[in-house]
Design a protein around this ligand. Structure first.
Ligand SMILES: NC(=O)c1ccc[n+]([C@@H]2O[C@H](COP(=O)([O-])OP(=O)(O)OC[C@H]3O[C@@H](n4cnc5c(N)ncnc54)[C@H](OP(=O)(O)O)[C@@H]3O)[C@@H](O)[C@H]2O)c1
Length: 340
């Protein structure tokens, strides 16, 4: 099978096209023919060597896949060849961890493509336990924008953020892969939503997703969000990290909550200690959600309240161009490989 592989860490030019053996499903697994594979910022961090320095090469990146069941392994139930499916982008590899309250805290939890080969290929095997039937009437490339970004957004905004009707919410990088869904999840929950973007073109996109108030990322821009919310937002969702964390905290009201889930701007942050504990503000970390989070998100997509945010598609041969666009932060929404 054709796959976009990396044989070393490096910049986006490290991709090569290779002919790999088609994987064989073990008991409890499905072999899927991949139609479309989503591209996430995590793939960029894995490719550049900053997440898993022990990666075994050659490696196939990719957490997100939409595909057709080609073969169901022994002991699988509920799936037939021809079904269109969406595997969870992360799951516990040890079946005894399957009941964990918060799936991503289980000891064997692994994001696909981080250790095992992922979805930048014509085929992959996936555990049937962690595979969902795809909603009908939505194209594979649109569906491929959803798994990691939507699952993470639902968990960050709805579950960890606890956002509810009438809340004011700040979404950092509202045009990003994750941000574009966080805006929509917060609106679906009945919140008033402010978002940040770096360019005017992205401002229009974020408005089209339902954001009520969109500002730039320049110094002082968040003062306007604090005013707009009447003294500070209830919840800020920060996927940028680094210096953005202090800015998000500063934009929340007393007792407000900042949910931290990314590190685009850096892995270290300096916080003004008293301006966190005097106003009794809270910070919570979050990692990708579980099956219930993706199912809730897919329900909204079926109902039309949340829409897929396809930026553009690439062929696997153009993996370098796709990752250059991702690395630059130029995408408006989510990049997807159209595989077959
Ligand atoms: N905790 C979790 O489970 C989880 C899950 C998924 C992702 N994440 C993390 O969340 C973060 C965002 O992921 P994503 O997939 O949404 O990323 P993405 O689609 O690549 O978007 C990154 C955004 O960062 C903004 N940005 C600001 N300064 C930038 C700069 N100097 N260079 C590049 N971009 C810049 C851009 O905003 P503009 O659009 O305004 O230009 C861009 O949209 C990443 O750190 C990722 O690892 C965490």
């Amino acid at each position: 099978m054709r796959a976009a592989i990396i044989t070393r860490f490096g910049d986006p030019s490290v991709f090569e096209i290779a002919d790999l053996a088609r994987p064989i499903p073990k008991p409890h697994e499905l072999l899927i023919r991949i139609e479309a594979a989503g591209v996430n910022r995590l793939d960029h961090y894995i490719r550049d060597g900053s997440v898993n320095p022990d990666l075994a090469f050659p490696h196939v990146l990719g957490s997100d896949a939409v595909g057709i069941v080609e073969q169901a392994g022994d002991d699988t139930t509920g799936f037939s060849p021809g079904d269109r499916v969406i595997p969870m982008p992360g799951y516990p590899t040890d079946p005894t961890d399957a009941g964990a309250d918060v799936l991503a805290t289980s000891p064997s939890y692994a994001i696909r493509g981080l250790v095992e080969n992922g979805s930048y290929a014509e085929y992959m095997t996936v555990p049937a336990r962690w595979t969902l039937k795809a909603p009908e009437g939505i194209s594979p490339v649109d569906l491929a924008t959803l798994p990691m970004a939507l699952t993470t957004a639902v968990r960050a905004v709805k579950v960890v953020g606890g956002v509810t009707t009438g809340d004011t919410v700040l979404i950092q990088a509202g045009a990003s892969g994750t941000g574009s869904f966080m805006v929509q999840v917060a609106k679906t929950l009945g919140a008033r939503v402010a978002a940040t973007v770096r360019s005017p073109a992205k401002r229009d996109f974020v408005k089209s997703l339902g954001a009520d108030f969109v500002v730039g990322m320049e110094d002082g821009a968040l003062d306007a969000v604090r005013d707009w919310s009447g003294g500070g937002v209830d919840v800020a969702i920060d996927n940028l990290g680094g210096p953005s964390l202090a800015r998000s905290l500063d934009t929340t009201r007393p007792l407000g909550l900042t949910v931290l889930m990314g590190n685009v701007l850096g892995l270290e942050a300096t916080l003004p200690v008293r301006s966190v504990f005097f106003p009794q503000k809270r910070i919570a970390g979050t990692l990708m959600g579980g099956v219930a989070d993706l199912e809730w998100g897919l329900e909204q997509v079926r109902a039309g309240t949340i829409r897929p945010t396809l930026d553009r598609t690439y062929e696997l041969d153009n993996a370098t161009s796709a990752h250059e666009r991702l690395a630059a932060g130029d995408a408006v929404g989510n990049i997807v490989f159209e595989v077959s």
